[in-house]
Design a protein around this ligand. Sequence first.
Ligand code: FMN
Length: 414
Amino acid sequence: MSSKNGQIKEFNRIRVLPLVLFYFALLYGILKTVFYVLSLVNKGEITMAGSTFGTLFKISTWGESHGEGIGVVVDGCPAGIPIDEDYIQSFLDRRKPGQSEFTTMRNEADKVKIMSGVFERKTTGTPISLQILNTSQISKDYSNIMDVYRPGHADFGFESKFGIRDYRGGGRSSGRETAARVAAGAIAIKMLSYLGVEFTTYVKSVGEIEIDYSKFDKDEIMRNKLYMPDKEAAEKAGRYLESLIEAKDSSGAVVELKCTGLPVGLGEPVFEKLDARLAEAIFSIGAVKGFEIGDGFKAAASKGSENNDPFRIKDGKVVKETNHSGGILGGISDGGDLVLRAAFKPTPSIYQKQHTVNNKGEEVDIEIKGRHDPIVAPRAVVVVEAMTALVIADLLLQNCTSKMDNVLKIYSCN
Ligand SMILES: Cc1cc2nc3c(=O)[nH]c(=O)nc-3n(C[C@H](O)[C@H](O)[C@H](O)COP(=O)(O)O)c2cc1C
């Protein structure tokens, strides 16, 4: 009997041993993977929280709406670009709050300070750090949404994901974060200006009110409060917005961007196509719900014979007769003007009483306080421009190594 028990124990040991070895190998594998990922994070090859954008011309933004301030580190910017605070400020002023009755009354100067990477008003090729202090936070306005999820805003998602939420002004989900992108984008725009790349960005429509292209006046964009290139449309849209403010409501809008002078060949097939990178950049802006290049959604109702842009030779160069493609074919810039559009939803924080839930699982009504934009798009015009410029600057640098000829040119070998 006892020898039978001994045999059973021996048998069990033989059966258990491979299982123990298997779990040991599994644990070893998991630990090895974790340490490998952590080492990549340390080396900066993986970023954890999605605050870094770009491959060679790289930006990392930081800061929250009601924290000490916000800012950006721009890494990979070539040396020798003339930059100073006044220049960057001119872009930030297009985005800053309190510009008119159609923007939030939060009174931020959005004053930028260059902390590093610029010497004698020129970029030095080292990381450029830009800081914008918050000076007009009124955090108590947000105490009534501390444990309540605003409909249409990021509160529920942030709290579910992180288990903690900076409710003051929306924290990192606030439109305020985009000031940092604008500051970085200003540097990219300066760099691109040396190649003759220029941007015209404006509000194309507010609600149902559209600009009339026959009345397009580029100078008008900076003259009216809504950054629209058609004076009449801007006035009409202004009246519409006044009625919405009265009704404690908000409006959606479309921002359109045209970029001229783009060199042919920007965009890296297949996952870093110019249109794919632009879509990512534009969709990373809060409240963007639609994106189009060229004819965009209209192309789906078109015929091939209508949509194709015929090629011609002009002054020895390949040109297109039309530009339905919006300047991109096969994910690569085709020499035509880049044309894109971003659809912005209406500002989610409206002052009407709304039904929602709180983090105790109760249904409640809220009346949002704080200072909010009745429309996001006018302040986002320069954000769309900045994000587009950052993508182009990045792909421009990447394109330098696309063929041996370019490498030889860089090192003056021919
Ligand atoms: C420039 C800018 C200003 C914004 N201002 C406000 C605002 O005053 N109030 C608000 O509720 N949302 C504002 N938003 C939109 C929110 O950030 C956005 O709707 C929110 O993070 C939820 O994300 P989603 O709309 O992309 O889903 C603004 C966005 C931008 C880009």
